[in-house]
Write a protein that binds this ligand. Structure first.
Ligand SMILES: [Zn+2]
Length: 439
């Protein structure tokens, strides 16, 4: 068990696991011990609702201190919450055993996968992707990937719970269909696959279905994406990094682009690749806010928003970069709160909201309860939304939002604090305006 920090009142600084938003851990050691500082609430400044940075630096080693200061504190200081998370003790032995098992596994299977006799596999072996990706796909279809569940069945003493979400056994279905961030990946990728409304029993089911129904190019992209999901998980596990949705999609796009030689226009696109998604102006009398966020290489978060009126003029825009640690969903949620707060503070009302984070929008609509910080974010977004009146929250495809704000989230790359621009976009981002006019 681990804790998600709320107000910190229930969490024991030393004994509990509470540092970070992924791979949650205990402090390595407490440098200065004191009776006054037993609970995590003792190192939170309740006035400013931030960490007591000086205290944190005194008490913890630099590595822990940095992670603590990057752990999200929700502004309403709601109660702490117990969550499931992988126990880290003894991780080195488990990790190396895992590594060994994966290698051994790969050797055995290299042989098996060369059997291409069955005509049902022909389409798979004909895909224009790297051989290692075909082999990977074959393993997915035969459920012979070294998932923790499979390794455990074969006698390896390993915690089978998914280390990313902590909410299910790491089976191939969990990894590719059910895990927390994976549905966002499928949806925000060019495939636009909404796994929340489809019910594939297994990834094999999904792959075969795609092979039957969709153009080869679509299946090829799907293969690259699944391959990247698997590798991202392994990288994160081995290096104790943070699972990054954007990186998975970016690298899948890259691999897909590199493998395919240029082919006639039209054949490259899957069913949804080429559908244009344009940003549209709000109705007269209404305002529209687009929000977007990015997770940077160093793990920090950037986000921005643009508010426009019914003729498309920009009324307010803002961007912020924060050193906080978290997923892209957290970043998108913070973007919404940031934009809504700015609207409230500048007196803008009747704002409809668009963002491309499906998990959040579904959460706001009450369709799902996003995990971890999601429920807190949704409470905050709803309450700030109510304050500025008549808010609607709508999910829009990434391309349409890109022209709304995408560049803003990246714009803050060079800036440390939050910035606002009234009645204009930030300098250097005039290209967004041009794009909009062209629509
Ligand atoms: Zn999971």
């Amino acid at each position: 068990m681990a804790w998600r920090v709320g107000n910190g009142a229930n969490i024991d600084i030393e004994k509990d696991r509470w540092i970070g938003t992924t791979n949650i851990k205990r402090p390595d050691m407490i440098l200065s011990r004191s009776e006054e500082f037993q609970k995590v609430s003792d190192i939170i400044d309740l006035q400013s609702k931030t960490w007591d940075y000086n205290r944190v630096k005194q008490m913890f080693n630099p590595h822990d201190a940095e992670r603590i200061c990057r752990t999200y504190i929700n502004p309403r200081l709601l109660p702490d919450k117990r969550i499931w998370s992988k126990e880290k003790s003894g991780r080195f032995t488990v990790r190396s055993a895992y590594h060994l098992a994966v290698e051994k596994w790969s050797d055995t299977l290299a042989l098996a996968s060369s059997s291409t006799g069955n005509p049902a596999w022909k389409k798979l072996w004909d895909l224009r992707v790297l051989p290692k990706i075909k082999q990977f796909l074959w393993r997915v279809c035969t459920d012979s990937l070294p998932t923790k569940d499979n390794l455990r069945r074969r006698g390896l003493d390993i915690d089978p719970v998914c280390f990313i979400c902590g909410e299910g056994i790491e089976t191939s279905s969990h990894i590719f269909l059910k895990c927390r961030e994976v549905q966002t990946i499928w949806y925000t990728s060019p495939l636009r696959m909404d796994l929340s409304i489809t019910s594939f029993e297994s990834p094999k089911n999904l792959i075969w279905c795609a092979m039957i129904k969709y153009p080869t190019d679509y299946v090829e992209y799907l293969a690259c994406l699944a391959w990247r999901i698997w590798n991202e998980r392994n990288d994160v596990y081995m290096k104790e990094g943070v699972f990054n949705v954007e990186r998975v999609i970016r690298t899948a796009n890259k691999i897909h682009g590199e493998t395919l030689s240029p082919s006639p226009k039209g054949t490259r696109n899957g069913p949804n690749h080429s559908v244009p998604h344009a940003w549209t102006v709000p109705e007269q009398g209404q305002l529209k806010m687009n929000c977007d966020a990015a997770v940077y290489k160093d793990g920090s978060l950037g986000y921005g928003f643009v508010v426009r009126d019914s003729v498309g003029d920009v009324l307010l825009s803002g961007a912020k970069r924060t050193n906080m640690e978290g997923s892209s969903t957290l970043a998108e949620g913070l973007a919404l709160i940031f934009g809504l707060t700015a609207c409230r503070d500048t007196g803008l009302r009747q704002v409809m909201i668009e963002c491309d984070c499906k998990i959040l929008i579904d959460g706001l609509a009450g369709k799902i309860v996003p995990e971890f910080y999601g429920d807190l974010l949704i409470k905050d977004i709803r309450e700030t939304g109510e304050e500025i009146g008549c808010c609607s929250f709508k999910h829009i495809p990434r391309e349409a939002n890109k022209q709304g704000t995408h560049a803003l989230a990246h714009f803050v790359q060079d800036h440390e604090t939050e910035m606002f621009w009234v009645e204009e976009l930030p300098p250097n981002l005039e290209s967004i305006r041009v794009l909009d006019v062209n629509n």
